[in-house]
Design a protein around this ligand. Structure first.
Ligand code: GLN
Length: 234
């Protein structure tokens, strides 16, 4: 082991926002950060022989923390968008996603994004593409309010108690919520866009990015990625 050498091995600081299961969440018993992103990133680190130190941040705080050097890696179900590619460097993408509209289960009025009206409040999570979509709808006068949340846990509760009429969030995460808590919320209409998640590093950190890409390639080749995928997704 590394400890046997009498030296403390340096670790990369990696951050995620933990209200995004099954990608990023906390263990209900231990409170520890867990999820597909944690398992995948740990498998990459093991393959490449480095250690990780995990922290959680608001989704909107992730890119600023990377740019300021407070963290080295973002592993947080982050869409490798054109916009973000100007600010950080992304690994090869590892999951294809997209935004969907969700309503309270049994809602008969909203069957898709076109049914949102200027008297409605629509929620999204801070710093996400879902929040961008909410702000865009508000700006266009199509909804009354874009309500921006720190965490998706509270947004999901507010959708059920009627504080918001709809929530714009990523398909796999809303789907997982529906499976975990049947009869609470439902997805309406089509997927709004195409997103692909990538691991982010500070712009120009090629050394670390190469390690992440190589490790990701290896765990895809040796079956580890698929094993972790089956663990977290049905
Ligand atoms: N669609 C989101 C984004 O990348 C998902 C972010 C999240 O909440 N983890 O903006």
């Amino acid at each position: 082991s590394f400890a046997a050498c009498g030296q403390k091995q340096s670790a990369y600081k990696v951050a995620m926002e933990p209200t995004f299961p099954p990608f990023d969440t906390t263990d209900s018993k231990t409170g520890e950060l867990t999820g597909f992103d944690v398992d995948m990133m740990e498998a990459i680190a093991a393959d490449q022989g480095f250690k990780l130190e995990w922290t959680n941040l608001s989704f909107g705080g992730l890119i600023p923390a990377l740019q300021s050097g407070n963290i080295d890696i973002i592993a947080s179900g982050m869409n490798a968008s054109e916009d973000r590619r100007k600010q950080v460097d992304f690994s090869d993408t590892y999951y294809d996603s997209g935004l969907v509209v969700a309503v309270k289960a049994g809602n008969k009025t909203i069957k898709g994004i076109k049914d949102l009206t200027p008297d409605m409040k629509v929620g999204g999570q801070i710093g996400t593409t879902g929040a961008d979509k909410c702000n865009e709808l508000k700006k266009a006068g199509k909804i009354k309010e874009a309500k921006i949340y720190d965490g998706l846990d509270v947004a999901m509760m507010d959708l059920q108690n009627g504080t918001i009429d709809a929530l714009i969030n990523d398909l796999p995460v809303t789907k997982a919520y529906m499976t975990a808590k049947p009869g609470t919320v439902e997805i309406v209409g089509d997927v709004l866009n195409a997103e692909s998640y990538g691991i982010a590093v500070k712009k120009g950190n090629k050394e670390l990015l190469d390690k992440i890409n190589t490790g990701m390639k290896h765990i895809k080749e040796n079956g580890t990625f698929d094993k972790l995928y089956s663990k977290w997704f049905d």
